[in-house]
Design a protein around this ligand. Sequence first.
Ligand SMILES: [Zn+2]
Length: 249
Amino acid sequence: MPHTGSILHGRYAVVSCHVERPLDDDVWRRFSQLQRRRPGGLAIAALMRPPAEGEDAAVWVERAREAQELGPFGLHTHWTSPGHARPTGGGDPAALVREQGEWLRAAGLDARFFCGGGWYFDAEVARAIAELGYVDCTATAFRPSYLGADAAHLQVEEPTWLELADGQKLLELPTTHSIGMLARGVLGPLRREVVHAYFHDTDLLDRRRAAALRAGLALLVLKRTPSDLGELQRGLRPANTMSFANSRG
Ligand SMILES: [Zn+2]
């Protein structure tokens, strides 16, 4: 294993979970058990959706504290509602990211990562994330099938520095594989140096998907060095940079 502070070179596997329903006791128990178990030696990053109106913020914060003890911790913003991730009807998507980031900080939580719900990403959101000091994981190496050609989204294949309009740099650690892609991809050659697999906490309710995740991760760590988002944040210095200064990726 590479150690803290070193510059990482090579082929790593990391995993994150979009924690959508941390207040559902059954979903939370399954996620928390998996995070504790560290499948394949992987510390699963908890990218958590903050409580919506009417959801219990105190229990949420308690569970978020547990999660950040067990692995990397970050923010997963749903702009419209718990069940609808992407923004609808204009508004100011970056403002909600700032508001939620400040709320996490005020609650004493130490978020370091961001993943936009529905893979929504624009230049203003990128600036908000950079200002919060986060690393971004919203870019994907694949094209999400439900997004239209003009949807605000960033496609990137490997870790990259994003150069923002004001000269700030944001480290992008793109999400590269879903559970299904992992299950298919690990059987053949993996094309990415750094594989960043993701799943949803609610996938753990489905026995077939949970089994696919376990199998996919077990195979993945045979082909990549198990790492985690925190270790990449501290040690990975990508050679490539891309400009991300326009409102549309
Ligand atoms: Zn989500």
